[in-house]
Design a protein around this ligand. Structure first.
Ligand SMILES: NC(=O)C1=CN([C@@H]2O[C@H](COP(=O)(O)OP(=O)(O)OC[C@H]3O[C@@H](n4cnc5c(N)ncnc54)[C@H](OP(=O)(O)O)[C@@H]3O)[C@@H](O)[C@H]2O)[C@H](O)CC1
Ligand code: K
Length: 505
């Protein structure tokens, strides 16, 4: 699914209004009704509601929501910050439609700020996608006043003070919402870790914006939904044999870190690879054969670290490298030999990335391969350098993907996938239980298995990241966020595959 910019959203509004031959206030009514449906599903009318409106259409939404919640027996107080003379047409329309028993109270001084009870519900309808400068003055004081209340804040469309799709100047005040309810499609700002405190948990409600406009809109920004995944998963013909599903090689493991190799190998098998061979240091041979009997094992001549490559490396159709591997000199030499000789697609993770990050020569050799890199933010920083903020980091990532013609899976609470063509895909599955050792090794095994099964590198990244997070979501009710371990993701991977297969049937 596409992520549209603020300008594109405004254009979508105009296109929809014209295409359906409706008035703009009718589209606003759709937005307000959709928000209200979400709100009343979340909160019962037992808590007082305080709604704060700006002078534009975000505020117009706020007035319409006031009316709709009042009709649903919520106790609502509504406040206007800003000059009503500057109000938008649709704001004025909804102002006239306010029930007479509801007074729109003007906030002109800090003394007009209402005391907000901790148990109250606040709806932030000050600014949305029309924010065009830093919030200062009375607006900033009001936002700070709301943030300092213990009330639960739900933002309409955007947390006021936050830009929709570019870096917000840090000196401005920004609403810290517990929930943000946006319309039709999520905003780019929702996917950036730096905004979590402002956006909170984001939700999107449909308002039937023109499908024609959306399908014709150009963007390089996407977020992955179950609908997107459905057509990706390949079905398996009745007369299948393991040769059809690839033979992967994993180069991984090291002294004291053989668990990473076991996790990657188990995940690779559970993700459907036909055959798997794991090449690990000699100390890992028995461990692998005992822990992952489904995989074949090769023992490096070196006892504790990977120092050599298998002699028949050309027989594998994908090579996953890195989990638990370490960065010993002998291993660096082996990585250099791999990049200089092998022709297969590579999935590079963890210490394989750290080794490459330390050598311009090795980095330049990425250009000669089909490569997926799966760094966490620290490994990313070693590889590409420190970015000023999350927007710059995404641009830096796309620049690297383009320059080295590779795919990057930047792991995080909403993993971002960059492609050589300059596209960005944000994942929507997963949870905080995944913040535990070994989950990256599991992802490497999954993506390696998908490439072995002839998914394109882009498909393997999108599908692998989605299934990895979905497995964690399926595990959550049974193991919880605190007790979740990497092995749970492997154990729930079959259910994740079955769930995606069911929806695609
Ligand atoms: N398809 C949809 O998503 C729909 C969204 N809707 C809602 O409409 C808003 C966008 O409304 P808009 O009127 O364009 O803008 P805002 O309401 O966000 O802002 C109002 C005006 O505020 C001024 N402004 C901007 N930044 C500041 C600031 N830092 N300090 C003070 N004032 C500011 C600006 O006017 P100026 O003349 O002062 O420049 C803004 O125009 C969207 O978010 C949704 O909530 C519709 O309901 C329809 C469908
Ligand atoms: K808002």
């Amino acid at each position: 699914m596409k992520i549209l910019s603020a300008d594109q959203t405004r254009a979508a509004d105009a296109f929809t209004i014209q295409e359906e031959n409706i008035a703009s206030f009718e589209l606003m009514e759709r937005a307000a009704s959709a928000f209200t449906a979400w709100f009343e599903n979340k909160f019962t009318p037992t808590q007082d509601v305080y709604i704060f409106c700006g002078p534009g259409n975000n505020g117009g939404d706020g007035l319409a929501i006031t009316r709709l919640l009042h009709q649903r027996c919520y106790t609502v107080q509504v406040y206007l910050a800003g000059d009503p003379a500057n109000a938008s047409e649709d704001f004025k329309y909804n102002h006239q439609k306010l029930p007479t028993e509801i007074a729109l109270r003007h906030v002109e001084h800090e003394s007009d700020f209402p005391a907000i009870p901790a148990a109250a519900l606040v709806i932030d309808a000050l600014f949305g996608t029309g924010l065009n400068r830093t919030v200062t003055g009375l607006y900033a004081s009001l936002i700070n006043h709301l943030n300092q209340s213990a009330a639960c804040i739900t933002a309409v469309d955007m947390p006021s003070g936050l830009y929709t799709d570019k870096q917000t100047p840090t000196e401005g005040a920004i609403i810290r919402a517990k929930y943000t309810v946006s319309f039709e499609l999520p905003k780019l700002a929702f996917f950036l870790p730096q905004h979590e405190a402002y956006v909170g948990q984001w939700h999107v409600v449909p308002i039937s914006l023109s499908p024609t406009f959306i399908s014709e809109a150009t963007t390089n920004l996407y977020f992955t939904t179950a609908a997107d995944i459905q057509h990706l998963l390949k079905s398996r013909p009745k007369f299948s044999h393991k040769g059809l599903y690839g033979h992967a090689l994993l180069l991984c493991g090291g002294f004291g870190k053989m668990g990473a190799a076991v996790l990657a190998a188990r995940a690779c098998m559970r993700a459907g690879v036909g055959l798997l061979t794991v090449h690990a240091p000699a100390i890992g041979y028995a461990i692998l054969q005992n822990s992952v009997p489904e995989a074949m094992a090769l023992s490096d001549k070196h006892k504790n670290h990977i120092a050599n490559l298998p002699s028949d490396i050309e027989k594998y159709n994908v090579i996953g490298v890195g989990p638990g591997m370490g960065t010993e000199r002998v291993t660096k030499t082996a990585i250099g030999q791999l990049l200089a000789t092998c022709k297969q697609p590579l999935v590079l993770d963890a210490d394989a990335i750290n080794i490459i990050a330390g050598s311009e020569k090795l980095k330049n050799q990425l250009r000669n391969h089909e490569v997926i890199l799966t760094p966490h933010p620290k490994e990313f920083e070693r590889l590409i350098g420190k970015s000023k903020n999350d927007y710059d980091r995404l641009q830096d990532m796309l620049e690297f993907c383009r320059e080295y013609s590779c795919y990057i899976v930047l792991k995080g609470s909403q993993t971002a996938i960059g492609t050589p063509e300059g596209n960005l895909y944000f994942n929507t599955t997963g949870n905080a239980g995944m913040a535990t050792g070994g989950t990256g090794d599991v992802l490497t095994g999954i993506i390696t298995a998908l490439v072995a099964q002839k998914y394109t590198l882009e498909e393997a990244c999108i599908l692998g990241v989605y299934l990895h997070g979905l497995a964690a979501d399926l595990a959550l009710p049974d193991v919880g966020k605190v007790s979740m371990i990497a092995s749970d993701l492997i154990d729930y991977l079959p259910k994740a595959f079955l769930q995606v297969a069911r929806t695609s049937a």
